[in-house]
Design a protein around this ligand. Structure first.
Ligand code: NDP
Length: 333
């Protein structure tokens, strides 16, 4: 018998401080009917992204998520019924499905994806995380063999791929991550040359020891004090790829940095460039092909952190912001 109930997780209140379980509520509604131009989707996996929290602060590269609506979020889904040309039951798609079992959405907002195994790779290495790492590092960071690349949130989904691609390109790679376990994993399993534990080490000093020749490319996932520690260590004509600022997303930031940016940028002729993964979507085929061949050759290891059950999605995001995850965190609905 076809399922008639749709479980949905609502954001009931926008957090002003740290995100907590009290900001969410599980609710139930009927499975929606697709209108003309729409498809009915069954959500298989929900992507947990640091940006989910940033969307609660206001409009970013997308509109803000509002209180008392289904929490927004990227998801991998299967088409159940279609009233849109080009989409048929059984097709796999990626889109903003929200945190729920079913959704009916305009087909024009969906991207069809191939049915590869394991499906989870479509959210990790072949999804937004892999593409963000690929485009941000290669198109914005522009590393050359022999250069030193530093990446923050290095054990996370984007960061762990950035560091490995930089190794493939012949760079010296230093990761910044929270905790000894994550740092050991970066050097022993992922082939990073060094790792700095920003939670227990004096970041500026340890980074200087790990990068004695300075930093040529800094891939910035966190902003704040870590960006401030990297800036003075940048080499002449260094590039900073500004990918995100997770240290500023979850409540009042404790960070005061970065200070002293303009002078450093001028004197060192630095390039500091923000980007959004979709800026480079015209190069998706090339990225997909490179990522696939690196994974196949064993040069790029894929780390996933899959949590079971839609009801656990709020806690999964709260935990991601607290650094629980290693690699790409997602929820199997
Ligand atoms: P991750 O899988 O990297 O998880 C987030 C990690 O950030 C945590 O595991 C935690 O690891 C670290 N972190 C949390 N708080 C802090 C802090 N205050 N200081 C330093 N590190 C912290 O998440 P995502 O891959 O979703 O996101 C990584 C970054 O990429 C984010 O900034 C996100 O906004 C950005 N992004 C940008 C895109 C774009 O198009 N520009 C697209 C996708 C993501 P630890 O234990 O090391 O603290």
């Amino acid at each position: 018998m076809a399922q008639t109930t749709n479980r949905q997780i609502l954001l009931v209140e926008k957090p002003t401080g740290k995100l907590g379980p009290q900001h969410f509520k599980m609710s139930e509604s009927a499975v929606p009917e697709p209108k003309d131009g729409e498809v009915l989707l069954r959500v298989l996996y929900i992507s947990l992204d640091a940006a989910n929290r940033a969307w609660m602060q206001g409009a970013t590269y997308r509109s803000a998520v509002e209180a008392n609506s289904v929490m927004a979020g990227g998801g991998l889904a299967e088409v159940m019924a279609s009233k849109a040309p080009g989409f048929a039951p059984g097709d796999l798609v990626f889109g903003d499905t929200g945190w729920q079992d079913y959704t009916a959405v305009p087909a024009k907002h969906l991207v069809k994806v191939p049915r590869i195994e394991p499906l989870t790779h479509l959210l990790s290495v072949f999804g937004i995380a892999g593409l963000t790492a690929y485009f941000g590092l290669l198109n914005v960071g522009k590393p050359k063999a022999g250069e030193t690349v530093v990446v923050s949130a290095a054990a996370g989904s984007v960061g762990s791929i950035v560091g490995q691609i930089a190794k493939i390109k012949g760079c010296r790679v230093i990761g910044i991550a929270g905790g000894k376990d994550k740092c050991n994993w970066l050097t022993s399993e992922l082939g990073f040359d060094a790792a700095v534990d920003y939670k227990s080490e004096a970041i500026f000093k340890t980074l200087k020891a790990a990068a004695p020749n300075g930093i040529d490319v800094y891939f910035d996932n966190v902003g704040g004090d870590i960006l401030e520690a990297c800036l003075p260590q940048m080499n002449l004509r260094g590039r900073i790829a500004c990918c995100g600022a997770i240290s500023q997303y979850d409540g009042a930031p404790s960070a005061t940095g970065p200070r002293g940016i303009p002078g450093l940028i001028v004197v060192k002729r630095l390039t500091m460039q923000g980007f959004i993964v979709t800026d480079f979507y015209d190069q998706r085929d090339q990225a997909f092909s490179d990522l696939q061949s690196w994974v196949k050759a064993g040069q790029l290891k894929v780390q996933e952190d899959v949590i079971d059950g839609l009801e656990n999605t709020p806690q999964a995001l709260i935990g991601l912001l607290a650094g629980e995850n290693r690699g790409k965190r997602m929820v199997k609905v």
